[in-house]
Write a protein that binds this ligand. Structure first.
Ligand SMILES: Cc1cc2nc3c(=O)[nH]c(=O)nc-3n(C[C@H](O)[C@H](O)[C@H](O)COP(=O)(O)OP(=O)(O)OC[C@H]3O[C@@H](n4cnc5c(N)ncnc54)[C@H](O)[C@@H]3O)c2cc1C
Length: 469
């Protein structure tokens, strides 16, 4: 039986630990935050303190791609999420009225998800993990470093060192410490060469507020859940048990809009968006929550063809994290967890091959998603800045950005292109993969030709500035 230590009991650490335990491994999850998992979903939202996850009470939406992994790999957890008030949401309901052929198609069920507020989702996972056979959950345990030895010229991780001074041996250590993972520093301290790392501030700030309805129903969706209005956006996300969130993202550099942190200004801006204003008609259950300084970061442990260390792998956000505008992090992480289970099945007894294989499958299946998400976010930021500066943020060439812009113009007029767009938005198939087909590109350009993007009704920048003053 393989002994696996998972450092970090967030969404993806817990899901990965359960998948590994169900494969017969002996798994210990070490989570720095103390305290028991609340008994109820309501308690999770009201009382759970999770200092280790800064975004714990920020809006989280589980994309259909992530839901599909959860449902397939941990069906009882999926059922528990539904039973805990998770909201079933079919992304196809965002089909624009301009699409004439609205007939359902085989496979359309892939656009359906069940989503919940982050504390509720983690409560469901946490409850399941603590009664999972083969899984030991230890909360209030801080890992401070690694135990290592040299093996065939490489640093090999043999376990972890806890703040208490105790050491815990493992055949495999998984870093699920999230976006603030210390792994590069720990490996350097052990004498390993540096990991490859790319990181940059994503440049967005988010102003979010949660609401609850009196009858358990959600506001009607009259626009895409991610809507753009020149220098700001409005994101309306279903939660669970009749709750939802409304987020206004802006560029970090846009000082004039920072008055959005005050309830009055924030509310008047959302109220000025005719297709979203009714999302304010509920009982507010938070103040306006601001979050900035969110980085895009990608790490790779294989450098120049060799792993910098063996016996440890980064999972989910500890591997790569992105600005959350597209709501993809948990879906990437859940898929990564499923991939980890599969690689462990074949290679766990050969640490060097394991490290190589983990890198290869991550590069093949997830890095394209990471790159595309970062590119799309940079396009989004460029467009916010261009709208502020009165310049044209669009690309007129044949770059991926220009093709994505053409697809946004074309997809409200073509049911296939709309589904292709949703496949990417829902974390099912990356856009670049779909746009690798020349026939698809031709179709996109043909439908986009002579058409422009129809802007959603909303306030001009001058009106927004007036509302914030
Ligand atoms: C503002 C914001 C909004 C987001 N919205 C969405 C969304 O809508 N949809 C979506 O899919 N994703 C979203 N994400 C991304 C999502 O939050 C992450 O992808 C997800 O939390 C990753 O899970 P994880 O388990 O890898 O890490 P985390 O959830 O960050 O968990 C890491 C855990 O490790 C523990 N830990 C850290 N160091 C140690 C240590 N030394 N010893 C022991 N334990 C340790 C921490 O306490 C924590 O519990 C959002 C992110 C942000 C910042």
């Amino acid at each position: 039986m393989t002994k696996i230590v998972m450092i970090g009991g967030g969404v993806c650490g817990l899901a990965g630990a359960m998948m590994l335990a169900r494969d017969g491994h002996n798994v210990t999850v070490l989570e720095r935050d103390n305290g028991p998992v609340p008994q109820s979903a309501a308690g999770a939202w009201d009382e759970w303190s999770r200092e280790g996850v800064k975004q714990f009470r920020q809006p989280h939406y589980l994309q259909p791609g992530g839901w599909a992994v959860l449902k397939a790999a941990l069906p009882d957890v999926g059922a528990a999420l539904e039973a805990s008030g998770g909201t079933r949401f079919d992304a196809l309901c965002m089909m624009p009225p301009s699409i004439v052929d609205r007939a359902p198609r085989p496979g359309d069920e892939r656009f359906v998800t069940t989503t919940a507020r982050r504390p509720v989702l983690e409560h469901v996972l946490g409850q399941a993990a603590q009664s999972e056979p083969g899984l030991e959950m230890r909360r209030g345990v801080v890992v401070e470093g690694l135990t290592t030895q040299w093996r065939d010229g490489e640093v090999h991780v043999t376990g972890v060192r806890l703040r208490s001074g105790q050491e815990l041996a493992a055949d495999l250590v998984v870093d699920a410490m999230g976006r603030r993972s210390n792994l590069p520093r720990w490996l350097c301290a052990a004498g390993a060469p540096p990991m490859h790392e790319e990181a940059a501030d994503s440049g967005f700030i988010y102003y979010s507020r949660f609401f609850r309805s009196s009858d358990g129903r959600l506001p009607a969706l009259r626009a895409p859940i991610f809507a753009s209005f020149g220098t700001f956006g409005v994101v309306t996300l279903p939660g669970d048990s009749g709750t939802w969130s409304v987020t206004v993202p802006i560029s970090r550099g846009d000082q004039a809009l920072k008055g959005l942190r005050h309830v009055r200004g924030w509310s008047s801006v959302v109220a000025a968006c005719p297709l979203q204003a009714h999302w304010l008609e509920g009982e507010p259950i938070t103040r306006v929550l601001a979050m900035g300084g969110v980085i895009d970061r990608y790490r790779r442990m294989v450098v120049d063809g060799r792993p910098v260390a063996t016996g440890i792998v980064p999972l989910a956000d500890a591997w790569a994290c992105t600005n959350p505008s597209l709501g993809r992090g948990m879906s990437f992480g859940l898929r990564h967890a499923e991939m980890l289970r599969d690689v462990v099945r074949k290679h766990v007894d050969q640490p060097y091959e394991f490290a190589q294989r983990w890198d290869a499958v991550t590069e093949e299946q997830l890095t394209p998603w990471y790159r595309e998400t970062v590119d799309e976010n940079r396009d989004g930021l460029r467009q916010l800045e261009a709208a502020r500066n009165g310049t044209n943020g669009q690309h007129a060439d044949a770059s991926p950005s220009a093709l994505r812009a053409a697809l946004l113009t074309a997809m409200p007029h073509d049911p296939d292109l709309f589904r292709m767009f949703l496949d990417s938005r829902c974390c099912i198939t990356p856009l670049n993969e779909a746009l690798a087909s020349s026939a698809v590109v031709e179709r996109v350009l043909e439908v986009a030709q002579g058409r422009g993007r129809v802007p959603l009704p909303g306030p001009s920048r001058e009106q927004v500035l007036g509302l914030l003053n």
